[in-house]
Design a binder for this molecule. Structure first.
Ligand SMILES: Nc1ncnc2c1ncn2[C@@H]1O[C@H](COP(=O)(O)OP(=O)(O)O)[C@@H](O)[C@H]1O
Ligand SMILES: [Mg+2]
Length: 250
């Protein structure tokens, strides 16, 4: 059976207009790029800072306009998880308020029912009920990212874009948060676009990896093949900068 496409992008081109010293210049950030995302997969998007990863994410969500190309998507209520969980959590509110918010907007659940949902979601992301009354500043980075993941999942999304979700965390915490995301994805079957500049974190986590260079796809492949036999010199360079040597088991 052919895999079902959740998102199909063709010829995606995005340009930004910049003004420096009163001069107007146009920069092409994504150029004639094709992307397919299949239902239930974890697709990795790798590339150096500035290669256009976040712009591609925003284009897929319809937040930045396309200069040309098309994006067909079947996904309802996509969610985004960011690198800096602190900036995406309202610092003035308690965790219970933050996690309930999507339910207030989208469901007619009672207050008690919403609290029950928050309680069970906290459990799913590995936190206890005592976190309900805390504020974001009273959590560690890893705990905050767990809250962001839980809040995103409150809306039962089919598609999650995680833009460098573990890049700001310590290595051991990175592994724990990735493990959590992987387990939840396994259980719930949502589709993930996982953005990272570090191929080392992606190897075990992603089903396929796309390498983005200067707004174009350098190559796409399954991790075991891509890492063992990179076709594009840029992929080799990224592997080297992640400290991955040829034939090394990641
Ligand atoms: N709103 C914007 N206006 C102008 N330039 C932008 C805007 N957003 C991103 N860029 C530029 O587009 C390029 C790609 O940025 P981005 O997609 O954030 O890269 P990445 O996420 O891979 O680090 C960068 O050169 C960045 O400066
Ligand atoms: Mg980015």
């Amino acid at each position: 059976m052919e895999k079902e496409k959740l998102i199909e992008g063709k010829g995606i081109t995005v340009r930004f207009t910049n003004y420096t010293d009163g001069k107007r210049s146009i920069k092409t950030v994504l150029e004639d790029l094709d992307i397919d995302i299949y239902k239930g997969e974890i697709l990795g998007l790798a590339g150096e800072s500035g290669s256009g990863k976040s712009t591609l994410a925003k284009a897929l969500l319809g937040i930045v306009p396309l200069a040309s190309g098309t994006i067909e998507t079947k996904t309802k209520s996509p969610q985004m998880i960011f690198q800096d969980p602190y900036s995406s959590l309202n610092p003035a509110k308690k965790i219970s308020w933050i996690m309930e918010e999507p339910l207030k907007l989208k469901t007619s659940l009672s207050r008690t029912e919403r609290r029950d949902r928050v309680s069970s979601m906290l459990k799913e992301v590995g936190l206890s009920d005592e976190f309900m009354i805390r504020k974001p500043s009273e959590l560690s980075g890893g705990q905050r990212q767990r809250i962001c993941i839980g809040t995103a999942l409150m809306q039962e999304p089919e598609f999650i874009i995680a833009d460098e979700p573990v890049s700001a965390l310590d290595v051991t915490v990175q592994a724990q948060v990735l493990d959590l995301m992987g387990r939840l994805q396994d259980e719930k079957g949502f589709t993930v676009l996982f953005i990272s500049h570090d191929l080392r974190t992606m190897y075990n986590f992603c089903d396929r990896i796309m390498i983005l260079k200067d707004g174009k796809i350098a190559e796409t492949g399954i991790p075991s093949e891509l890492y063992r036999n990179p076709k594009h010199p840029y992929t080799k360079k990224l592997l080297e900068s992640a400290g991955i040597r040829k034939n090394e088991t990641v």
